[in-house]
Design a protein around this ligand. Structure first.
Ligand code: F6P
Ligand code: MN
Length: 316
């Protein structure tokens, strides 16, 4: 396997070639590369600032779309015409989208086209999250995913992807193509950083004790408010924990199983970490609908086990 080390790349290995040489199924490569292509247009829209609100017009009198709506259209169009997708589900759409053009339809894709889109206004990082299943059933446990990935639009645009054979990072080059940065990212040991979502005053007893134990052991707070950059930090720094817990008054937390939690849980497990709702593995949850939300504790195995322990002891 051709490889490149972070910071000292010997030669460039692009995304398509890497996946091909890893023996990934051709149709799956197609989907991942369609997302890579879509991300060029999304990053361009973010950068050149169609900062317009949906319903307003741009310089040319055309209807301007909010960035999340625009990102959704870009991805839907690419997947629709990919020839290999059966069904799609987008965080921006209420129903499953059937592919209406001729397709061999071997895969289905759930995606959050632009997670954290409100952060663009304050110039913080945002991302696209994608979950891929074989077949046409999108309402199945996340452990059945064939692949998942996210694209992070930060100072650099990167893609972190797994097809069930480790977690690998790619970065967009000057030609807007993705080159391998590092292979086989792994998460180990106790968390060195933690990213806590939600209002702390609404935390339940178990989560509160967990956070206090992190603070007492010198774990550093690192929270941007964007799920993609926050998870990316946990992965790339090789050891941390992100949580968006169940809150008093919000027992299912905020994040969505299909579009957010399953794809991230798949990546983190592939890196040797864990993801739990506090009691149960995220990837084993049976989705009850497209908008199913769940609490999440995700990161190194050690820290997720500790969260579960505090929740079990305090909340039964
Ligand atoms: O999609 C929801 C989202 O924007 C995530 O990117 C992020 O992790 C979360 O909400 C932040 O929520 P809060 O502002 O409540 O901490
Ligand atoms: Mn989102």
């Amino acid at each position: 396997m051709a490889s490149a080390e972070r910071g000292q790349t010997k030669y460039q290995v692009n995304l398509r070639r890497y996946l091909r040489e890893s023996g990934v199924d051709r149709d799956l490569i197609r989907i991942i590369c369609e997302i890579a292509n879509a991300s060029k247009y999304i990053i361009n829209a973010i950068r050149t600032g169609d900062l317009g609100v949906a319903g307003t017009s741009n310089l040319y009198g055309e209807q301007q779309l909010a960035l999340d709506v625009l990102s959704d259209r870009i991805i839907q169009k690419r997947l629709m015409f990919s020839g290999v997708v059966a069904k799609m589900a987008s965080e921006e759409v209420d129903e499953i989208v059937e592919v209406t053009v001729p397709t061999n339809g071997r895969y289905s894709v759930a995606f959050d086209p632009l997670d954290g889109s409100s952060l663009v206004d304050v110039n913080l990082a945002v991302g696209t999250i994608v979950s891929i299943y074989e077949g046409d059933n999108l309402l199945q446990p996340g452990r059945n995913q064939a692949a998942s990935l996210y694209v992070l639009y930060g100072p650099r645009t990167t893609m972190v992807v797994s097809t069930g054979n480790g977690v690998h990072e790619f970065a967009m080059n000057q030609l807007m193509e993705f080159d391998l940065v590092q292979e086989n990212i792994t998460l180990e040991g106790p968390a060195r950083i933690y990213a806590p979502g939600g209002l702390r005053s609404k935390y339940t007893e178990g989560t509160e004790k967990f956070v206090r134990s992190l603070e007492a052991s010198g774990t550093k707070l690192r929270y941007s408010g964007g799920f993609v950059p926050d998870i990316n930090q946990v992965l790339i720094k090789r050891g941390g924990v992100f949580m968006y817990p169940h809150l008093n008054g919000l027992p299912s937390g905020k994040l969505r199983l299909l579009y957010e939690l399953n794809p991230m849980a798949y990546l983190v497990e592939q890196a040797g970490g864990a993801a739990s709702n506090g009691k149960q593995r995220i990837l084993d949850i049976e989705p009850e609908g497209l908008d199913h939300c769940a609490p999440v504790f995700i990161g190194t195995q050690e820290s997720v086990a500790l969260a579960e322990q505090f929740i079990r002891e305090q909340e039964g």
